[in-house]
Design a protein around this ligand. Structure first.
Ligand code: F6R
Length: 606
């Protein structure tokens, strides 16, 4: 939610800021802006809309300078507009601020400032910060920052410039991510790694309540009281190639096609040559765990739905899945005998982070499944299992989902073995099926053209349904979310058996129904449900395993066949054609598939 970049060094700062913001556009793209330290003043440029608008403005009239901060916005307080864009500044433009997060007490701070005669140019919460820095400015500006940060409530990652410190970027963090990149005679700040990868792979992760003073040849860290803090320099293993489109027309397509590798990497990290699942670093006595709560948002929540199946069916542990923003307010029965699993690609989703903190406060053991090393959720959970999806840039999550589900299956097998509730033969059978997933996903991806042709039939559809029973229903939920967010088609996922209790009234001539039928034990019932919608005029596209081809073809208009795989694992593979379907409907409609309207990838507000 909003992206921040800062640069100080010998190069033209605006080039580096624009380049970095482009990598962070997935965090929000309502507007973009830049503040550059030029001779004796701060030059600020900001434009509503995509980053392209800011780039064009800078192309028309460049801004000289080797130190700058930039911002790409996802609007929270105030509509997208030039005025509400960051950076925000004081009235004589000697202080400029970019901010990611929300200042919760901004109303009372704004009132205090208005009473003192300050005027505001924007409707944002952020604007109180430069005004407060102006009001309380003292000889040592760093002390002013500490003082102001003690006055604000809420979350922030901040980049701050002051014309009196022409060689310095000040930065600070609380509950919104911020990293400092270390280069050779140049240094950086950013919300996320892809913005820096082209220039450096050495980063410091700012912790909550930490501030930084960043100059061309030094970086220093402090706490809110101004005490010096020693920090570890981390080396990022992601490559530049991973963070670019690499020949694909969109990040989403690239990331869908990366799944064989990302699933394989996730498996390889945790499965030995002797087929042992290596989770012994997870400091947990599974015998003591009476229940598991899986908590997440959006696609990560949908991965949790599959996780619940895996944990209950394989490891025989009572498991529940909750939406993070609801979990906290539902008085969950979490205690010291509970394991709370937080699933988050970014590791920064605020609702999930808050659920983690609440669960810890209740004494539960917490385990994070996340893709971003050093993210807040990774750092605050008792234990972490990383997915090895590599950077996921497209706003719609694809490879993060399949790697999260993969982790759940490994975890379920691991717990089952620890609890001695699985026979060796069954363990090996499920594991072999899991290990076959990367190859099978490759085979499914080879059907891309076939899937695109089916997508063509849905270009003009306004509504659609995804149906499934059991595990297939959880896949239907993810497939429906994918379709909605990138194609803007209104779709709903339904448990096939529930359809006749009301929803079937919506089935009319030619409405697309995507039916998933991978579960043998539910197969006949699922086929009957397909017949019911077909009889009412639906256009049915079925997704099933090859072994079911004959019967499913009889009741469907189109069929996408996935290779035969154990029913329990089929949820990982059968989502892949549906990701492709959503991608194609979106691009065939001419939409911006990587940056769907109103969305941002990293949701760091509640
Ligand atoms: C949908 C999507 C979102 C995220 C959700 C949680 O494609 O990407 O629904 O899954 O915002 O984000 P993370 O996993 O970063 O916590």
């Amino acid at each position: 939610m909003c992206g921040i970049v800062g640069y100080v060094g010998g190069k033209l700062a605006s080039d580096i800021i624009l380049d970095g913001l482009e990598k962070l556009e997935y965090r929000g793209y309502d507007s973009a802006g830049i503040a550059v330290q030029t001779e004796n003043k701060i030059d600020i440029r900001k434009k509503v809309g995509r980053l392209q608008n800011l780039s064009e403005s800078i192309q028309e009239k460049g801004i000289e300078g080797n130190l700058a901060i930039g911002h790409t916005r996802w609007a929270t307080h105030g509509a997208p507009s030039d005025e509400n864009s960051h950076p925000h500044y004081n009235s004589d433009m000697t202080i400029a601020v970019v901010h990611n997060g929300i200042i919760e007490n901004y109303m009372e701070l704004k009132k205090e400032l208005l009473d003192k005669g300050y005027t505001f140019n924007s409707e944002t919460d952020t604007e109180v910060i430069p005004k407060l820095l102006d009001l309380y400015e003292e000889e040592d500006f760093f002390k002013t920052i500490q003082k102001v940060l003690k006055m604000v409530r809420g979350s922030y990652a901040l980049g701050i410039l002051n014309v009196k410190y022409p060689d310095t970027i000040f930065c600070a963090r609380k509950d919104s991510p911020l990293i400092v990149g270390k280069g050779e005679k140049e240094n950086f700040i950013a919300s996320d790694v892809p913005a820096l990868l082209k220039y450096t792979n050495k980063v410091y992760y700012l912790e909550n309540g930490e501030l930084g003073i960043i100059k061309e040849d030094s970086v220093e860290f402090f706490d809110l009281d101004g005490n010096s803090v020693e920090k570890e320099l981390h080396e990022i293993k992601w490559t530049m190639e991973q963070a670019t489109k690499g020949g694909y027309s969109h990040f989403m397509l690239k990331e869908i096609f990366e799944q064989p590798k990302s699933i394989e990497d996730t498996l390889k990290r945790r499965i030995s040559d002797k087929k042992e699942i290596l989770f012994d670093d997870i400091n947990l006595d599974i015998e003591k765990v009476k229940d598991i709560y899986i908590v997440a948002c959006g696609t990560a929540y949908n991965a949790g739905l599959q996780g619940k199946f895996a944990l209950q069916k394989i490891a025989k542990i009572k498991s529940d899945v909750d939406i993070a923003s609801e979990f906290r307010y539902s008085d969950p029965f979490v205690d010291e005998n509970s394991l709370v699993i937080l699933v988050s690609q970014s590791g920064e989703t605020l609702d999930t982070l808050a659920a983690l903190r609440d669960s810890k406060a209740k004494g539960a053991r917490t385990l994070a499944i996340t893709n971003v090393i050093g993210s807040s959720i990774a750092r605050e959970a008792d234990d972490v299992i990383y997915t090895w999806a590599g950077p996921e840039i497209a706003v719609a999550s694809t490879k993060a989902y399949t790697t999260q589900v993969t982790v759940f299956y490994m975890l379920a097998l691991y717990f089952a073995k620890k609890k001695a509730c699985i026979e060796e033969k069954e363990y090996n059978r499920i594991l072999d099926n899991l290990l076959a997933v990367p190859k099978q996903v490759e085979q499914i991806l080879a059907k891309d053209n076939e899937i695109m042709k089916m997508a063509e039939k849905m270009i003009d559809c306004q509504h659609g349904f995804f149906l499934g029973r059991g595990l297939d229903y959880s896949v239907a939920q993810e497939a429906s979310l994918k379709m909605k967010e990138v194609s803007y088609m209104h779709t709903e996922a339904f448990a096939s058996g529930e359809l006749k209790h009301g929803t079937i009234a919506l089935i009319e001539q030619d409405i697309p129904v995507l039916a998933i039928t991978t579960q043998e034990s539910l197969f006949e019932k699922s086929v009957s449900n397909i017949r019911e919608v077909k009889a009412r005029g639906a256009f049915v596209i079925s997704i099933t395993q090859e072994k079911n081809a004959d019967l499913v073809k009889q009741v469907s208009d189109e069929v996408i066949l996935i290779p035969d795989i154990d029913d329990l694992i089929a949820g990982i593979t059968c989502v892949v054609p549906l990701q492709l379907m959503a991608y194609h409907v979106s691009t065939l409609r001419g939409l911006d598939v990587d940056k769907p309207r109103n969305l941002a990838k990293s949701v760091t507000v509640e």
